[in-house]
Design a protein around this ligand. Structure first.
Ligand SMILES: [Zn+2]
Length: 190
């Protein structure tokens, strides 16, 4: 298994194929026991019919409930402007390098603070590593982030790296970016 995967939310129940409606409650199970993580979303009725054991979170499996939100035509999804941190996260999330695992952990924490990523569950993968399951608040995509259990000193060092990356990314965006969207600046407010 790779370190991280991103699985989009299903638009249909994995059991009865019924389309989810806006604001409908659904149950999600993320199964890590195979080669690749498998995400399944169930409507409430199908969930009740299932063996309750299958719903339990535990080793190799994450579980949460969500409400289906408006959105998600491919075009709309494209239109949601990614912030700098998201772009960096996308860049490093598939890397297995230790330095990048550390980076992604801190980037995800920043996004959690901004409420862009919502922590859904924590679990152990096959190798016994702690995986934090995040869901993107706008797109419903799932981010699986390895918790590298950094020491305080390590956290500070990685935070420093992340800051530099963000600054560099913003500078690059200013130079290259000809499009109309402006770069988010926290200092902009008066
Ligand atoms: Zn169903």
């Amino acid at each position: 298994m790779r370190n991280w995967e991103i699985k989009s939310r299903n638009r249909f129940c994995s059991s009865c194929d019924g389309a989810f409606e806006i604001e409908q409650l659904f149950h999600t199970v993320l199964d890590f026991t195979g080669e690749e993580p498998v995400r399944k979303d169930y409507c409430v009725r199908c969930w009740k019919e299932k063996d309750p054991e299958t719903g339990k979170a535990g080793d190799g499996r994450a579980y949460w409930q969500g409400r289906f939100k408006r959105l998600a035509a491919a075009v709309e999804k494209e239109a949601i402007k990614k912030d700098v941190i998201e772009r960096l996260l996308d860049r490093y999330i598939r890397s297995g390098e230790e330095a990048h695992i550390n980076l992604c952990y801190i980037l995800a924490l920043l996004e959690e603070r901004k409420k862009v990523l919502i922590p859904r569950d924590t679990m152990l993968d096959k190798e016994g590593r702690t995986i934090i399951v995040y869901e993107h608040s706008a797109t419903g995509d799932t981010y699986l982030i390895c918790d590298p259990h950094l020491s305080l000193v390590q956290v500070e060092a990685v935070q420093e790296q992340v800051k530099e990356l963000i600054d560099r990314e913003k500078e690059g965006a200013e130079e290259v970016d000809g499009e109309e969207g402006e770069i988010e600046e926290e200092t902009a407010a008066g």
